[in-house]
Design a protein. Structure first.
Length: 485
């Protein structure tokens, strides 16, 4: 037993050194992929003071903060992502475990009873003749007991680094999965914030519709009073009533839209969908400031790009593993333990037994299966490389598009701000001219509708500016501190 221990320790030390010397190195360098990366973004972006760590706080919207806190705690998709991360971790451990030896222990105790009648022996074989008559029905039997404790060892010696490459590939796949899930969690959070601001816009649109209704009612009552006094025609009265009726329809449509969005938001945070979550109609004016950096930084910031990179590296390791499958495999098999007839001797080293064997298996003919497997992995690597290149260009396109949209939205917002002021003045002026009998009621109603339409567009653009900022945060990889909380 002592000789076995010394031999096993020496062998393990040798195999550990061999294990690390055969470790593959297949990290992918981005600069070797020949990706056309510009030194700066095509569209300038002025807000460059740095993105806030917790970007949702920069909006200074307590409702958004509360919503996202509930979202992180109660959203079923977020909880699923957490569980998928656990699954990915344990799957990686399972897929990479073949590099370790398999050691099993068993303890046994066997008792058997055997008789001699099956072998043609009778009692006379051991008895005197005069006793045959008395013992002729007696069957001779004997028993035996064996006990033992054994350890068995099975281990493929990774001479060529096949198993270490398989292990590295498994953990690269795990890293890719973690980044995919992190980006999914990050994007889900951003999209939820965008839905929250859509709800705020719908609340503002509903308030605008209610204010418009009150204005139409005020005009209708004024016209009705003058119509009853014979100062206005029935045409004015009917136009006023029509405007009131259509404004009621607008209110109901916007109520339904707000209710529907509120229910979606309530489901996201695990609440019963009553449709009552958002009532405040004030859209925030503050937004997170963003440090754009240079395009190359995007490849390090975006979790989905990092995931594509790790998938490439995993395929690279799998190529190395497939090539090493063409080489002979060396397997170590052994066992050590005790074997005795008495239970008390099962732990006595004097009854020890052991064996150790080395097997070598080399592929001779398999119909080119192993060579084809190498080609499959090489094709998979090229496929993952193209997916990475496409992902990088798509990411650049997303950032450039959001930067362009940001500039366009600013221009639209400024134009609508001017139009809103002018249309409000025109509406007030038309009311004064109508009171003076200079213009028609139709002119007043048209100017009010124009003012309401412009104000509605202005509210929508305000929300789209917020939506764009959130999309830009997502496009540049943003701040993923939420992912680790």
């Amino acid at each position: 037993m002592y000789l076995f221990k010394v031999y096993l320790k020496s062998l393990l030390l040798f195999l550990v050194c061999l294990f690390f010397s055969c470790a593959g190195k297949h990290n992918v360098q981005i600069e070797n992929l020949e990706i056309p990366i510009p030194h700066s973004w095509t569209t300038p972006f002025s807000d460059n003071q740095g993105i806030t760590g917790e970007w949702w706080l920069a909006f200074q919207d307590t409702g958004l903060v509360s919503f996202l806190e509930d979202f992180k705690k109660n959203n079923s998709d977020i909880k699923t992502i957490y569980e998928n991360k656990k699954l990915a971790k344990y799957s990686a451990k399972i897929n990479s475990s073949s590099i370790f030896p398999i050691i099993n222990m068993n303890a046994r105790i066997d008792t058997n009873i055997q008789n001699l009648s099956g072998f043609g022996f009778a009692s006379s074989f051991t008895s005197e003749d005069e006793d045959n008559e008395n013992n002729k029905d007696e069957i001779l039997s004997f028993g035996n007991t064996n006990t033992g404790i054994n350890l068995t060892l099975q281990w493929e010696i990774d001479i060529w680094g096949r198993l270490i490459n398989a292990r590295k590939a498994a953990y690269k796949d795990y890293d890719a999965m973690v980044y995919d899930l992190s980006y999914l969690q990050f994007s889900t959070t951003v999209r939820s914030a965008q839905l929250y601001f859509l709800g705020k816009e719908l609340a503002a649109q509903l308030k605008l519709a209610e204010d418009s209704y009150n204005s139409f009612v005020e005009i209708r009552d004024l016209v009705k009073d003058r119509y009853q006094k014979g100062l206005r025609s029935s045409l004015d009265y009917r136009l006023a009533e029509t405007s009131v009726a259509t404004s009621i329809v607008t209110i109901e449509k916007r109520k339904n839209l707000l209710k529907s969005t509120n229910r979606q938001l309530e489901v996201l945070i695990g609440q019963y969908p009553k449709g009552e979550l958002i009532k405040d109609s004030e859209l925030p004016e503050k937004m997170p400031e963003i440090a754009m950096g240079i395009p190359i930084n995007l490849l390090e910031r975006r979790p989905d790009i990092q995931s594509l990179l790790f998938k490439m590296e995993s395929n690279n390791y799998q190529i190395a593993e497939a090539k090493r499958n063409l080489l002979p495999g060396v397997f170590l098999n052994g066992s050590a333990g005790t074997s005795a007839q008495n239970i008390k001797d099962a732990i006595n080293k004097d009854f020890g037994v052991w064996n150790l064997g080395l097997n070598v298996a080399a592929p001779l003919f398999n119909g080119n299966v192993l060579k084809s497997a190498v080609k499959v992995q090489e094709a998979s690597y090229e496929k993952s490389k193209q997916a990475f290149l496409k992902g990088v260009l798509t990411a650049f396109s997303e950032v450039e598009q959001e930067l362009e949209s940001s500039q366009s939205l600013k221009i639209q917002l400024n134009a609508l701000q001017s139009a809103l002021t002018q249309s409000e003045d025109a509406y007030n002026l038309s009311k004064e001219r109508y009171d003076s009998g200079v213009t028609s009621l139709e002119s007043v109603l048209n100017s009010q509708r124009q003012f309401n339409n412009i104000k509605s567009q202005f509210i929508t653009i305000q929300r789209l500016v917020l939506d764009n900022r959130l999309s830009l945060i997502l496009a540049i990889g943003g701040d993923t501190s939420m992912n680790n909380k």
